[in-house]
Design a binder for this molecule. Sequence first.
Ligand SMILES: NC(=O)c1ccc[n+]([C@@H]2O[C@H](COP(=O)([O-])OP(=O)(O)OC[C@H]3O[C@@H](n4cnc5c(N)ncnc54)[C@H](OP(=O)(O)O)[C@@H]3O)[C@@H](O)[C@H]2O)c1
Length: 241
Amino acid sequence: MNKTILITGAAKRIGKEIALTYSDLGWNIIIHYNSSKDDAEKLANQINSKNPNTAKIIQANLDVDSEVTRLVDEAKGLFETIDILVNNASTFYPTPIEDISLEHWTNLVGSNLKGPLFLINGLRDKLKESNGSIINITDTNLSKGVANFSIYSAAKGGLESLTKGLARELAPEITVNAIAPGAMLEPPDVVWTDEQKEKVISNIPLKKMGSEKDIAQAVKFIAGAKYITGQIIKVDGGRSL
Ligand SMILES: NC(=O)c1ccc[n+]([C@@H]2O[C@H](COP(=O)([O-])OP(=O)(O)OC[C@H]3O[C@@H](n4cnc5c(N)ncnc54)[C@H](OP(=O)(O)O)[C@@H]3O)[C@@H](O)[C@H]2O)c1
């Protein structure tokens, strides 16, 4: 029986690479997306043409409680087990203190903290049955404090705290870890100038940006490492040193 991984925000970029990595291992893939329907369908077709009937897609906006509940219900019915949950979906944008609104809060906390928590809660029985793994994707920059990103940072910081607390609560059946990427990709719809890129790279000891593959490989390692739980693994080229 194939194992199954559910990845949120998997239609593009890092989530897509995690999906392709596990598809290469012969796993079933549940591709969650919110607005990127075409990309999600394209990815599912790509996977299914190689491994028939192993990829399914589910749409849900993680800001909306009822959609998280529906995502849980639909995901449970797709394949026999759920072995790995990767909370990868995220919104990311600045919220200078003078401009903060409740809408920003709902959106940034919904995708980065509340959605992941209720997804974990809804799927914990399934994950227990399979002695599964939860991987929460956070951000290496949190520890330094980032001006103008207070809500995003609080949400990702909350996700790291939740990782540690739930690692205790869900043990011994489920491992719960976080991966904190550094500078992997430019933000969606942003193209950095050479100057901006050089500035970012100058702060990274390994002197290069990371890639989607670096995160996918880290997921594969941590999810398979059954004596690691409650850890935040920084995949950042040493940027946080
Ligand atoms: N890229 C980097 O360099 C970097 C650095 C540090 C941390 N990270 C973390 O690594 C993870 C992946 O990064 P990425 O750059 O690949 O992510 P991304 O492209 O910014 O976002 C991934 C997906 O999240 C989904 N999403 C956003 N809001 C949502 C909502 N309300 N409900 C449901 N889905 C929602 C979107 O799905 P749709 O497109 O379907 O709407 C989007 O495609 C994220 O958690 C990010 O915070 C990335």
